[in-house]
Design a protein around this ligand. Structure first.
Ligand SMILES: Cc1cc2nc3c(=O)[nH]c(=O)nc-3n(C[C@H](O)[C@H](O)[C@H](O)COP(=O)(O)OP(=O)(O)OC[C@H]3O[C@@H](n4cnc5c(N)ncnc54)[C@H](O)[C@@H]3O)c2cc1C
Length: 521
């Protein structure tokens, strides 16, 4: 079997591309290295749908960010993954140099075609965001920027793509790439990809492998721009704390990124972070994803300057995300080197705002791949056949679900296994039947993390202490087999037992850190 388009990587870019390309009628295969989709940068980021003013139209990043953001309201209607345009504010002091920097951002945004951008100050700013420190007298306000559920974007896009016949193969790390000449194929040949002991053939390949993309380009015989990893740490507060602020609050951007932000999440938590640190190529990947108290302390102090009432009393955990940045800082999207590798497309260096830009990156790649395959240059553009309406998600996944009163919750948690109303997760109030619904949808998942992302079981304040055994027991009963990735769980436990740095700071550790920094330790 020869697929028309093989996509490597099931992050936001690969997933949206799979949807666009399958809507254009292409026979699509997605190969993902991990045991679940959205396992790279797309699962651990700030989840902001950026305004599109941080980079100008002279960069591909600037153009694709603005175009991508414009697609989110329509994508939310079509896929229902979770997007709310709550607006963003870049806060600045009322000083001439800060005003000049805000005006430069405003000018860039206008050049990118944005029309919902303006500078606000004084009482208007206070009214818009009462929680912001009065130290900040000015802000760039972007009304249409917002927050989303990033992994749900990838999951929903793949659900739609699979509904149109796209195939997804998990645990298929592409390890070898060959070009096979063929007079009948467009470009004079096709590609063979070796992944997880299997070989797959495709007329065209889209390399959307995030941090793995540069290496794959090299396997295909190309000389792509160098890329490097940069990590960023975060603090998450419990569900219900998101109301502390009404907007995504940024500080003025610095050389390594958009700075520490304070924002509600789509699910109603409060998110604080990230910082940014470039990593050496030789650095241990486990350490790249770890958190440390020193950096988290600096993040908290920086965020507290913006929101003085911020406290870590309801912090539940830290996490770390890894960005992939090209040496020139821009995105590289399209057919990589048509002469040397016809039909090899890539999305390289997709750092922030890659999530925002992902719908535009996907459209660009789908259009180019369709043209390469002789399906016409606009075959994959927006305006193709509508997808069938998405099967509704369980109601507890909505942002403000009805919560059971304490007595009813206690009774539901005490129900015997097999009762569909039994509470598996007390903090997020997830029932057996809701986990069953999550397991019964494409893209299928059989990992603890995948169930957590789809159902929210384990996302609450106890961080899985109560629900982890219940989830494992129920999911294994439902699937009739062991969950995937249990080995990794055991590895992490072994790592912790051996005294190596644990990947995260827990809620109690963060609360202690907060008290120390507030001088109440
Ligand atoms: C700390 C941080 C904060 C961010 N905040 C924002 C934000 O607020 N807004 C925003 O717009 N963007 C943000 N971003 C950027 C955004 O998260 C990324 O640009 C986006 O998720 C990239 O998606 P992707 O699909 O290109 O890559 P990924 O999500 O990394 O997906 C790549 C996939 O390829 C797979 N893969 C890798 N190698 C192979 C292989 N050999 N074979 C098969 N599969 C392979 C990986 O397992 C992974 O699933 C942030 C990023 C970080 C890290």
């Amino acid at each position: 079997m020869v697929y028309e388009l093989a996509i490597i990587g099931a992050g936001a870019v690969g997933a949206l591309l799979a949807r666009e390309a399958s809507r254009a009628g292409l026979k699509v295969l997605v190969l993902e290295a991990e045991a679940d989709v959205a396992s790279g940068s797309s699962k651990a980021n700030s989840a902001i749908v950026h305004g599109g003013y941080a980079e100008g139209p002279e960069t591909l990043k600037g153009r694709l960010c603005a175009q991508g953001r414009a697609r989110f309201p329509e994508l939310e209607r079509e896929l229902g993954f979770g997007f709310r345009p709550i607006g963003s504010l870049v806060l600045a002091r009322d000083l001439p140099e800060d005003r000049a920097r805000l005006e430069a951002l405003l000018a860039r945004g206008l050049a990118n075609g944005l029309r919902d951008l303006r500078i606000v100050e004084g009482p208007e700013l206070r009214e818009l965001e009462p929680a912001a420190s009065p130290e900040y007298g000015l802000a760039l306000y972007c009304a249409g920027a917002g927050i989303c559920s990033p992994w749900d974007l990838a999951i929903a896009a793949l659900e739609a793509a699979i509904g149109r016949g796209a195939e997804l193969e998990l645990r298929r790390p592409v390890e070898a790439v060959r070009r096979i000449p063929s007079g009948e194929a467009p470009g004079g040949g096709f590609w063979e990809l070796e992944a997880g002991g299997f070989a797959y053939r495709a007329l065209a390949v889209a390399n959307a492998a995030g941090l793995g993309a540069e290496g794959l380009d090299r396997l295909a015989g190309l000389e792509p721009p160098r890329t490097g990893a940069r990590n960023g740490q975060y603090i998450v507060l419990d569900r219900g704390t998101g109301g502390l602020v009404g907007h995504v609050l940024f500080q003025l951007p610095g050389p390594l990124g958009k700075g520490i932000l304070v924002t509600p999440t789509y699910q109603g938590n409060l998110l604080v972070g990230p910082d940014a640190k470039e990593l050496e190529a030789a650095e241990d990947p486990a350490a790249m994803l770890g958190s440390d108290a020193e950096r988290l302390g600096r993040i908290f102090e920086s965020a507290r300057r913006v929101v003085p009432s911020l406290s870590l009393e309801r912090a539940i955990r830290s996490f770390t995300g890894l960005r992939c940045a090209a040496e020139d800082g821009d995105f590289h999207v399209g057919e990589a080197e048509p002469e040397r590798a016809p039909g090899w497309f890539h999305a390289l260096g997709i750092q922030s705002p890659g999530l925002t830009a992902s719908p535009a990156i996907a459209s660009l790649l789908a259009g180019q791949a369709a043209a390469y395959l002789g399906r016409g240059p606009s075959a994959a553009g927006p305006g193709l056949e509508e997808d069938a309406p998405r099967r509704p998600l369980p109601p507890h996944l909505s942002r403000r679900p009805e919560r059971l009163p304490p007595e009813a919750a206690k009774a539901a948690a005490a129900l015997p296994p097999g009762e569909c109303e039994r509470l598996v997760c007390r903090c997020e109030q997830v029932r057996e039947r809701e986990i069953a619904e999550c397991l019964d949808r494409e893209p299928r998942c059989a990992t603890l993390d995948g169930i957590k992302r789809r159902s929210r079981a384990g996302m609450g304040s106890c961080q899985g202490q109560f629900c982890r055994p219940r989830v494992i027991e129920f999911a294994q009963r439902q699937l009739g087999r062991e969950l995937d990735g249990r080995e990794r769980l055991r590895d992490l436990e072994a790592l912790a037992a051996a005294g190596r740095p644990v990947a995260r700071l827990s809620g109690p550790e963060l609360r202690k850190l907060g008290r120390e920094l507030e001088g109440r330790g």
